[in-house]
Design a protein around this ligand. Structure first.
Ligand SMILES: [Ca+2]
Ligand SMILES: [Ca+2]
Ligand SMILES: [Ca+2]
Length: 424
């Protein structure tokens, strides 16, 4: 669907627009951009770098995924090629050589300062700031092998708040005809997802992909626009997954980042190859924005009307009494010592749910003087899980810490437990 010249021109213009966008547009929209270059992005795991999260790769998730910051030369790409102009010297390389059914341990881009979603959307602590009504995100994608198809290669990308509660979805599959792109949304009228192929991309060049989501309060009305290389490839009436959350009895989630995920059947042939991802940019309107924000793309479309006031209503509800027996989901501390590993503490947890839903919540660790030394959100499948928390202070061997776990219930209540444990 794309000509070489258009994509090249797009890539070049995008770079220029991105640079220009940072200053004048800063008053109207907040954009977080990752160009995946040294010295900030070292080779290997992207976990913890400039707001990225990928703790499976760091060894603390369901699997050690093949998601790595890689040099283009290491994947055999000529540095004078189109690739080098678009990607610089490094990119985030993702293959489905390793997969899992888990979410929160896969790779998430940095969170924007102000989340986006409906007024009643639930953040459960995975996003923050002031609630905004639209979200944009863009990234460049290319095959790590521009010549031959990597059959079996597949990856999905979703706007997400940080735990896998996806609000939209694109899947990229390498096929003989090119890179097939599929879009999924949820059709409330038939209570089903639709999975539609929206493009086949030329494997030999990079492509710029953009999500634009406009949130409207109430069901069945969010709007999604997918742009590839400047062309609108959205299917008719493209919408979010908002009504999937409602079907499960929850509020739709907020979004503030992109989730890059490899699930399903692993393709061992793809190990060390896969897709290259770069120039990842996420945007929401800045607080107090009043004018029409320009888009960080090259299509020159004037932005939509700025938000007229925001609703900073948080989600999650109040804290209910400790350990009520009626909790539908609860996360407990497994009866084991916590383990220290560098600046991280590994916390063994047990997620108990009445059905096969997830345990979603937050965990806090405080030291003897009750000073907060670590906190993070989680979304866990039922069963035993080990969560890794990065600590801001050194934790001494055999010291006692206070762990507070809050698990959010679909009705907004919170199940809370606090325990003391030694760190081994
Ligand atoms: Ca780069
Ligand atoms: Ca987030
Ligand atoms: Ca809606």
């Amino acid at each position: 669907m794309s000509s070489i010249s258009r994509s090249l021109r797009h890539a070049l213009i995008f770079g220029a627009v991105l640079a220009a966008f940072a200053l004048p547009a800063a008053a109207r929209a907040d954009t977080v951009t990752s160009t995946i270059e040294p010295p900030v992005f070292s080779l290997g795991s992207i976990d913890g770098v400039a707001g990225w999260s990928s703790f499976g790769v760091a060894g603390f998730g369901c699997a050690i995924y093949d998601h790595r910051v890689s040099s283009l030369s290491a994947v055999g790409l000529n540095m004078n090629s189109t690739y080098a102009k678009t990607f610089g010297s490094r990119a985030l390389r993702i293959s489905n050589g390793v997969t899992s059914g888990c979410f929160s341990d896969q790779t998430f881009s940095p969170s924007v300062p102000n989340e986006a979603g409906e007024a009643a959307a639930a953040s459960y602590g995975f996003s923050g700031g002031e609630r905004q009504s639209w979200f944009e995100s863009a990234f460049t994608i290319a095959s790590a092998n521009p010549i031959l198809p990597q059959l079996g290669l597949s990856m999905s990308v979703s706007p997400d708040r940080g735990d896998g509660a996806r609000m939209s979805y694109l899947r990229f599959e390498d096929r003989p005809a090119g890179i097939a792109v599929f879009f999924d949304d949820f059709d409330a009228s038939v209570s089903e997802f639709r999975d539609i192929q929206i493009a086949t991309l030329d494997r030999s060049i990079p492509h710029r992909v953009k999500f634009r989501i406009d949130f409207e309060d109430g069901p069945g009305n969010d709007r999604v626009k997918i742009t590839i290389d400047g062309a609108d490839v959205s299917p008719p009436n493209a919408t979010t997954w908002e009504d999937y959350s409602r079907l499960l009895g929850d509020q739709p989630p907020t979004v503030d980042s992109l989730l890059f995920r490899t699930s399903g059947t692993a393709s061992l042939l793809a190990l060390g190859g896969g897709f290259l991802i770069d120039n990842v940019a996420t945007t929401t309107p800045a607080v107090g924005a009043t004018g029409p924000p320009g888009e960080p793309g090259n299509d020159g479309v004037p932005g939509p009307a700025g938000p007229s006031g925001t609703d900073p209503t948080g989600a999650g509800g109040g804290i209910s009494a400790d350990e009520p027996l009626t909790a539908k989901a609860s996360t407990r501390l497994a009866p084991k010592k916590l383990r220290r590993r560098g600046s991280r503490v590994r916390v063994p947890l047990l997620c108990v749910t009445a059905d096969d839903s997830h345990c979603i919540g937050t965990i806090e660790i405080r030291n003897r003087s009750r000073r907060l030394i670590s906190s993070r959100g989680f979304s866990l499948k039922a069963g035993r899980r080990t969560l890794s928390l990065r600590t801001t202070r050194k934790v001494r061997k055999n010291s006692r810490v206070r762990v507070t776990i809050r698990t959010y219930q679909p009705n907004g209540d919170t199940w809370r437990t606090t325990k003391y444990r030694r760190v081994r």
